[in-house]
Ligand binder design. Structure first.
Ligand code: ATP
Length: 303
């Protein structure tokens, strides 16, 4: 059963429609929730947490409806919001303890877990410092610590690398991956950066124009988009004729000028293409496997 499912989710702010029929299936592992700034990622996370209701459609989180079971869901969920709203005068350890208590842990256990979580994110030394004296990277780590301190099943991290330089960004992504693997915590990570999602995520949901543009496990999306690229040094009519020949031997393709894209990349498809090209005596500029990046997939779906 997926951790989170959503069907036809609509959210309006007055006359503005932020989400207009989003479908979601979020599974175990790390899932990237991708979208441009303003695409509705934070809005969606808020609805998953049960903080604001959907206007239309349904959401189910860990088998519950967030409209009626918000408190139950929030005991099993950790959340790190995007904006830096940490109280500046409070020590990190006191803040994380407080959040763990809000999640239902008794005081002494919350304090122990808070220290453990801060140690885990690399802030053992700094945990007694007021958060206002911390760097952006340290504050992002505090936000991760408060999301995991109560031992949740699933954490939702809204733009956890916001404000970090490339080195800190990589460290943060590695930390999230290691926390997820070591403690078997599933993660939903919102981001507007395709590269960062590609780097650590197992699955992806891309939203845009209020809808779901692409979703699924990254390996399956990539496999589904595999193909063979045939770049020919021939006039377009000759390329079109080759496409027809390939069609007759059961290898459909699409052409883009002088390049043919043939779906599927198993050896059989490769051999058929090679044989037909050789039989027609065509000049091949390049014959190679197509491997689509997430960016290609995204652009492909946007048309
Ligand atoms: P970002 O990464 O920039 O925060 P996002 O993908 O998280 O973007 P949201 O913050 O969910 O996007 O916002 C989606 C859209 O809804 C935006 O156009 C935003 O201006 C609008 N919006 C969000 N909250 C409200 C609100 N309370 N009232 C009116 N409009 C809102």
């Amino acid at each position: 059963m997926p951790l989170i499912t959503g069907r036809g989710i609509v959210k309006r702010y007055g006359s503005f429609t932020a989400l207009d029929g989003v479908d979601l299936d979020i599974d175990h592992g790390i899932t990237g929730l991708l979208g441009a700034n303003g695409a509705g990622k934070t809005t969606l996370l808020g609805m998953i947490l049960g903080l604001h209701p959907v206007d239309e459609g349904t959401i189910e989180v860990l088998g519950h409806d967030p409209r009626t079971a918000g408190p139950e869901i929030r005991t099993r969920l950790g959340y790190a919001p995007e904006h830096h709203t940490l109280p500046p005068d409070v020590a990190a350890v006191d803040f994380v303890t407080h959040v763990a208590e809000l999640h239902g842990l008794p005081g002494p256990e919350a304090a122990t877990r808070s220290s453990d979580a801060l140690w885990l994110v690399g802030l053992a030394e700094e945990r007694f410092r007021p958060m206002g004296t911390m760097s952006t990277g340290q504050r992002q780590r505090v936000k991760l610590a408060q999301a995991i301190a109560h031992d949740p099943r699933l954490i939702m991290l809204d733009e956890p690398t916001d404000g970090l330089d490339p080195v800190q960004r990589d460290e943060m992504l590695r930390l999230i991956r290691s926390v997820s693997e070591r403690y078997q915590i599933d993660v939903v990570l919102s981001s507007h950066l395709l590269g960062e999602v590609e780097q650590i995520c197992d699955g992806v949901v891309i939203i845009g124009d209020g809808r779901t543009l692409v979703q699924g496990r990254l390996d399956e999306l990539r496999a589904g988009s595999a193909g063979v690229m045939v770049e020919l040094d021939e006039p377009v009519e000759v390329v079109e004729a080759l496409a027809r020949r390939l069609e007759t031997v059961g290898v459909p393709s699409t052409n883009d000028g002088r390049t043919l894209v043939v779906s599927g990349d198993d050896e059989l498809v490769f051999d058929r293409v090679r044989d037909e090209v050789a039989a027609a005596g065509l000049a091949v500029h390049r014959l190679h496997r197509r491997r689509l990046s997430l960016e290609d997939l995204f652009l492909d779906r946007l048309g």
